[in-house]
Design a protein around this ligand. Sequence first.
Ligand code: FMN
Length: 180
Amino acid sequence: MDFFKALTQRRSIRKFSGRRISETVVRKMIAAARQAPSSMDGQPWEFIVVRDARMKERLARFKNKWCPKEKQDYSADFMKGASVILVICSDKNRSFSRWIENGTIAATYVLLAASALGLGGTFMTGFNLKKPGQMRELRGLLRIPKRVNPVVMIPLGFPAEKPTRKSLRQLAGLIHHDRF
Ligand SMILES: Cc1cc2nc3c(=O)[nH]c(=O)nc-3n(C[C@H](O)[C@H](O)[C@H](O)COP(=O)(O)O)c2cc1C
């Protein structure tokens, strides 16, 4: 698929058909993420491919539990309907203090690869710097070693919804020349 088509058609998908994403396609998305830039080319990523229904349920419960009050309109229950939840982690020993950036950029690559492959997903943060207990809990759930930080969880599947085009801010309002 044309890169710009994948870019413009990507939307967060929260409703999935029951169709399974094959292991080959999961590997394709991870292979795409592996191409992402990373601080000092540390390539610190570790990917956990969650297919187990009970684990998906635990992750949804975890996300709902730690959701701040002002965001509680957005339930994480839809995670249970994903074919796969991809948990993107950064190894701190390879991150050069940039584990958040390294993890989020890789997540963006996964979302774009998913879009190009006709799949959908949603970016969901796996940590909160102000609440270290959140990451501890996720580490415990997924048996992630201490040197590795979970950064983003992406429930993925074949879309069973077609979001309308979103309204974008006007380009002219975002661009500044030479000075703000
Ligand atoms: C940092 C970040 C955190 C997000 N967290 C959530 C989340 O917890 N739950 C959720 O349903 N969507 C989450 N999203 C998805 C956004 O709601 C979505 O990207 C936004 O509404 C724009 O819509 P679009 O992705 O379809 O363009 C998050 C996105 C980002 C970038």
